[in-house]
Write a protein of this length. Sequence first.
Length: 405
Amino acid sequence: MSTSVEDWVERLGGQDGPDRYRRYALGSVGFLAVSEVGLWAVWVAQSGADALTLASVAVLGSVHAVLQFLLWRAALSHYLAVGPRPVGLTVAFTTVTLAMAALGCVLLSSGRIDDADLTSFTVWLLMFFAGPPMLALPPRVGMVFLAAVTVACLTGPVAAGLKGPPLGLAIGGSVVMVPFMAVASRASGWSVLLIEQLAAARETQARLAVAEERLRFGRDLHDVLGRNLAVVALKSELAAQLARRGRPEAVEHMVEVQRIARESQREIRSVVRGYRTADLHTELAGARSVLEAAGIDCRIEYGPASRLPTDVQSALGWVVREGTTNVLRHAPGASRSTMSLRTAGPSEALLVMENDGVSDAEPGTGTGLAGLKERLAGLNGTLATEHDPGGFFRLTARVPWEDGE
């Protein structure tokens, strides 16, 4: 099954999206830390230095990789405004970096390594150093800080006797890799922040949609009933006064009251009928609000919700509404519920609702799922339930659709 960029954006815009994408980012940082350890292992293996020198590089390189991962994680938390600025880790990471740069210069000047060893040593060191501080510090401060550390780490090899093509390679590699890693680090943090803002905007949009729908329903009821109820109250009061006086006109006024009451009933039915088309986004937002109010952790993946045809959205909205009702009524021990909307093949929408806690919600047992199954059948869709007495209940709705894009 192919997944488009839009599908990924919609998935990452769901409730679980920010946490998932943050885990992706931290996983890539962990991969960088492992890569650094691997490169230092390669350097130690191919270098002809003595055992003490190799052990020193191995230890400092491992410490540098660990500090890189810790600083990147703390810097990301600060960038997302959920943690303090990691000043202490930045200082420790910079100190270890400068110590390794100084060690490389000492090894070259004492003849324990050659020019090529120091060149790769310096480029790798600065490459892995550049990312985390750029995310931990303000942009301008970070650029100045990286420039100062880079110049310091390149000045040492010159003083230690590095010259010619090896020196040019060290400078050229550092000039390319340091800005690249700095920009990549900043871009990674920005992308995580963007996904979290997208999820927050989606949630706010859903809440506003629910609030707007409630206001519209209230306005419609007020418009339908407000005037009619005022007329009913006035005419019934007048009829009561006329009846006390024995006037025959009281009957006419009561007939008018009866007519207005019946007309109001028809108008209310018309209003309610218009609201019987379930909006998928509104139903998902309402389901999360209701379930969380009941103490049930609700997680939603919106998937291609915004691209589905209106009739498919309406049908799946009814699935969400009925499924939520069943969780509340037939799974009293539920503490967790998930709703995942995705595509199953190129022309089928799949909505899966799961919750823990025992449920007796089978079609035909009075839970409303039988009627829901018939509603989906009208769109050539299917509804299936599965439950394990010891664990979970799953509701799966499949509805064919055609992507018009």
